[in-house]
Design a protein. Structure first.
Lengths: 218, 380, 448
């Protein structure tokens, strides 16, 4: 199951190649926090420290795995925070199970991250908190670019606006959302800004020219 | 009976007389929406059938900017989100990146951070109280609140040079040492503040007009709060005795004793009482903290170049408005790969529709005021 | 001389006092109203730990002039589809109603426009209520959704509280037995007591009703800026708005004068008939002289030269006025003026105190919501006022027919009225609490 380690590995490997500055002796190498600037090629590479993402296997993970089996793609611990990588096909069931059985009654945050070079381009991140147990859990759901994950509005009503923002910023459409339209940007805006190929200086010049009457000059 | 909330309103689409619904627009420019917020109210006569918020007028693309700045360069940007409580924003961000780096700020820095954050909480609640009272018609508390807030802002100015968008904290600790009279100033403020809170209480708490305008207005019970993600004083007023400072302490909060005020009904009056009591508790925390600020360094082991190991972190704090969370993804470079800010005002504002149904038009300003939103945070 | 000219001259000879007084009222009252606004702003600032207008003129004293000039030179905007005649006429009605009602009032035993109309109080109340026409026509003529809603709300509020206020006035009229203004104050003099002590509940009912009638806080929902439905004055700018605004303050003066006349003893000094307190007659002059002395004391503390001179000028003005008050004491031939001057002073003092209470309430209390306002008026104030009328009547009956002591009768009946008031307030609170706690289950047929 090579896919398991992909999500945690992708960051360094995709960024290391174009930059070429940091050494890449092993795919899982990670420079220490106060690392000196990247050594010149040919200098001895620093000893590869232990990766910060370690596999997780506690009661919670076991329960999830028992219930959903292969849908739980991975369970990791990063800097003492736990997260599960789950399959988007089973997202509603996992969400319902989390809320009802595992008592994660608060959807603290719901967002996405764009990894343009991966097959599954986006990572949906749901941060769950349980008031009764005072624990937090992150769910990472890799989805493809034109995939339409199910909306979680029936399970956590707070995801109404959160999913609208994800749609606005990333272009991910949620199936079953009661009113999926842009929330922070104007309705006619073209483009989804938080995608990595939307340059920071780029604007929807057409919208600006039409609605504000000026040339955006970017 | 005009004082009741019309619960039927939430279920039916037809109006009583079969007339069309009126859409009333509280436009982006309005004295009481506390910023550029547009609310489209569906009215049936005087009753509100639903409220749709149109936001984004203050969207500045902060999360996109974060991907193009170094970690330290991004720190001033977070102040500008909830600009009324800039120090809280800074605390959340600095602690999040410190977690990402696996370092901790030294204890002296944590204690000073705590004191400043609690002062900022008081300042934020004072702004809330003044503007909320002004919307409901009490003209005077605004000036009294701002008079107290002025003292806090003077302390901030002496500490870091800025009053509003302070950038007071650094990743790893503090840049500035507490100035010479810091403890004296804070103590003087706290000693004076108890009397001032009593002034606000005298003006508002027992006032039957105030009670009439805020009791049973904008009720949000605990289950709805949690379902809608509304946190902070809104959640506590609904009866849930939960505060992130106690549940998962950060900074130096585990060193101090304080109570968590709660309400019973989850109405506007309860939120008012909860925030008033929170101001008192913040004052107590400050007094406890200044008695013993530990000596030591103020900056932890963080180099000039911040390049966290690839990975991600989520860190949240109890900001004055609710849970403020930072989800930071690092790819090993000096610039974060993704910074997501969980904005309490944005998520609390979602609850407006549920809270305002069945009330009268005159209650809309009271409910918006009680949510304590800052549009900078809603829109980022 | 032609008969026409003769007729005109005869008219002028007979009515010149009234004509001059009328002109004075129309010219002076707006100016006074402007300064009442300045006083309000300064008081508000003082209660809010700040200074208020300070720039225009010394301590902001020329602020009303500056405001008037600004309003006069402002662009006169008339909404596109507004009915232009009514748009022009409505504020005029408001102002005229307030000023005309002043025509029947006595501002002292001798200062008046109309000479003791036999329906005095009724005229004043009736004409001042005509101001509601100005409101509703203004709201309608603005051709704006929200103006008309604000105007209707304002009118509904006015009408409801007018009823309660009128009933409270009736209590005082029962005690005085006449509608003539001069005679009402004379009756208070005869009874050796101000009517507020004989009918206190009526006074407080009238106080609350008059606040609502003049659209002052806490009953100022129709004019509040933070309200969605902006008031009837929205589309008015410049001088038209100034007319509304001045009409409102003139109304305040009228209402305060009515309350002073009926309940606070008009131009009578405290303890009017007690001979050993006759030295109180010197109080007006003394008071003004003290103000002058205070100005001299403050003059030394002014930072800027011109402010020092200003304080001295004010002090001299005060001493001059005090001298005018003292002159009749000195020259026996002018003794008749004592009562007039002193009376005017006491009247003005009481009116000022009443208006001060208005302002004080505005700065302190939040605003009632419209339905709560109407509840207060119809469920508490009007029943209370009705009961009060009956109780005062019963007290007078007891005195007249059964020979009770007037004071005893009135105390007994006032106690009864207060009990009714408590009962009304309690039942209102219970009704509100029950309604809101049952709100989850009940269905409401309130149609807004």
């Amino acid at each position: 199951m090579a896919d398991e380690s992909k999500p945690s590995q992708e960051p360094e490997s995709t960024q290391a190649e174009p930059k070429g500055a940091s050494p890449a002796p092993a795919p899982k190498s990670a420079p220490t926090p106060a690392a000196p600037p990247a050594p010149k090629p040919g200098a001895p590479s620093p000893k590869a420290p232990a990766p910060l993402q370690i596999p997780l296997d506690n009661d919670l993970v076991r329960r999830y795995r028992a219930r959903f089996g292969a849908a739980i793609l991975d369970a990791l611990e990063d800097r003492k925070q736990h997260y599960l990588v789950v399959d988007s096909a089973q997202l509603p069931e996992i969400a319902r199970y989390s809320r009802e059985d595992e008592k994660f009654d608060l959807l603290e945050d719901y967002t996405a991250v764009d990894w343009p070079r991966r097959d599954k381009r986006f990572d949906l991140i749901a941060i769950l908190y349980s008031f009764p147990n005072n624990i937090r859990l992150r769910l990472k759901i890799p989805i493809a670019a034109n995939e339409h994950p199910s909306s979680l509005v029936d399970i956590w009503p707070t995801s109404d606006w959160l999913e609208r923002e994800i749609f606005d910023m990333f272009g991910i459409e949620f199936a079953g959302h009661p009113g999926l339209k842009r929330i922070l940007l104007p309705d006619g805006w073209q483009g989804h800004p938080l995608q990595k190929d939307y340059d920071i200086l780029q604007q929807d010049t057409a919208w600006v020219r039409e609605n504000l009457g000026i040339d955006s000059g970017q | 009976m005009a004082d009741t909330v019309d619960q039927d309103a939430t279920h039916s689409n037809d109006t009583l007389l079969g007339a069309d619904e009126l859409i009333l627009n509280m436009g982006p420019q309005h004295p009481s929406t506390h910023g550029v917020l547009r609310v489209k109210l569906k009215l049936d006569g005087e009753r509100v059938r639903g409220a749709e918020c149109v936001i984004g007028y203050l969207h500045r693309g902060v999360e996109k900017i974060a991907e193009n700045r170094t970690y330290q360069q991004f720190a001033p940007y977070v102040d500008r989100m909830d600009y009324v409580a800039a120090i809280s924003n800074g605390l959340g961000y600095c602690e999040a990146v410190e977690k990402l780096l696996n370092v901790e700020a030294p204890i002296r820095a944590k204690v000073i951070r705590t004191i400043l954050t609690e002062l900022q909480r008081i300042a934020s609640h004072l702004v809330w109280l003044g503007t909320h009272a002004l919307d409901i018609g009490a003209l005077t508390p605004l000036f009294y609140c701002f008079r107290e807030r002025e003292e806090i802002l003077k302390i901030f100015e002496k500490y870091c040079g800025a009053r509003l968008t302070t950038h007071a904290f650094r990743i790893g600790g503090l840049q500035y040492e507490a100035y010479d009279d810091f403890e004296k100033d804070v103590e003087r403020f706290c000693k004076d503040f108890e009397r001032r809170i009593q002034e606000y209480v005298d003006l508002l708490t027992g006032n039957s007009i105030w009670i009439g305008r805020t009791r049973n207005v904008g009720v949000l019970n605990a289950a709805d709060c949690i379902a809608l993600g509304a946190t902070g004083p809104i959640l506590r007023a609904a009866g849930v005795k939960w505060d992130l400072r106690k549940a998962q302490p950060y900074a130096a909060y585990d060193r101090y004793q304080f109570e968590i005020p709660t309400g019973t009904n989850g109405d506007t009056y309860d939120r008012y009482m909860v925030r008033m009591e929170e101001m008192r508790q913040s004052r107590l925390i400050c007094l406890q903290a200044i008695e013993n600020i530990p000596e030591g360094p103020i900056f932890g082991k963080v180099g000039k170049v911040i390049k966290p190991a690839p990975g991600e972190i989520y860190h949240s704090i109890e900001a004055p408005k609710g849970i403020l969370g930072y989800y930071v993804v690092s790819d090993g470079t000096v610039q974060p790969y993704r910074v997501r800010i969980r904005p309490p005002s944005f998520i609390n504002l979602q609850a407006l529709d549920k809270m305002i149904r069945g009330h009268l038009v005159a209650d809309v300003v009271a409910v918006i005021g009680t949510l304590d939103i800052v549009l900078g945070e809603v829109d980022r | 001389m032609s008969p026409a000219t003769q007729a005109v001259l005869h008219f002028l000879q007979t009515w010149w006092v009234e004509l001059v007084s009328g002109v004075v009222i129309v010219a002076v009252v707006p100016l006074i109203a402007g300064y009442v606004v300045l006083v309000e702003r300064k008081l508000m600032a003082d209660m809010q730990a700040r200074l208020g207008p300070m720039r225009v003129g010394p301590h902001g004293l020329l602020q009303p002039i500056a405001d008037a000039v600004k309003l006069l030179i402002k662009e006169d905007i008339v909404p596109q589809d507004a009915d232009s005649f009514i748009f022009w006429f409505a504020p005029v009605i408001s102002m005229v109603a307030a000023l005309t009602s002043m025509g029947a009032l006595y501002f002292g035993p001798d200062f008046r426009v109309a000479q003791d109309i036999n329906i005095g109080i009724l005229f004043v109340i009736g004409v001042s209520s005509l101001g509601f026409l100005g409101i509703i026509l203004g709201g309608w003529a603005s051709n704006s959704h929200y103006s008309i809603i604000g105007a209707i709300r304002s009118t509904a509020q006015l009408v409801s509280y007018e009823t309660a206020g009128g009933l409270a006035i009736i209590c005082a009229l029962l005690l005085s037995g006449t509608l003539r203004i001069h005679a009402i104050v004379d009756a208070q003099s005869d009874h050796h007591v101000w009517f507020i002590f004989l009918a206190p509940v009526a006074f407080f009912t009238y106080l609350v009703a008059s606040i609502a009638e003049t659209n002052r806080a806490p009953f100022d929902l129709p004019e509040a800026e933070s309200e969605l439905v902006a008031g009837y004055m929205t589309e008015y700018s410049g001088f038209r708005w100034a007319l509304y605004f001045l009409g409102e303050y003139a109304n305040m003066i009228v209402v305060a004068s009515v309350a002073t006349t009926l309940f606070l003893g008009g131009w009578l000094r405290p303890f009017p008939n007690v001979h050993w307190l006759n030295w109180l007659d010197l109080l007006p002059a003394l008071f003004i002289a003290l103000v002058g002395i205070y100005c001299i004391y403050r003059a030394g503390k002014q930072p800027v030269k011109i402010q020092v001179w200003f304080m001295w000028a004010v002090a001299f003005a005060c001493f001059a006025v005090a001298l005018i008050f003292l002159v009749p004491w000195i020259f026996a031939s002018l003794k008749f003026a004592i009562l007039g001057l002193n009376g005017a002073f006491w009247f003005l003092l009481k009116v000022s105190a009443y208006i001060y209470v208005f302002m004080w309430l505005r700065f302190t209390l939040p605003r009632y919501r419209f339905d709560q306002l109407m509840h207060l008026g119809w469920y508490i104030l009007i029943p209370l006022a009705i009961v009060n009328v009956f109780s005062v009547g019963v007290a007078l009956l007891l005195e007249a027919e059964f020979g009770w002591n007037r004071w005893l009768a009135l105390i007994v009946t006032t106690a009864f009225t207060l009990a009714i008031a408590l009962f009304l307030v309690r039942s209102h609170d219970k009704r509100v609490a029950a309604a809101s706690s049952a709100s989850a289950a009940t269905s409401d047929s309130y149609a807004g």
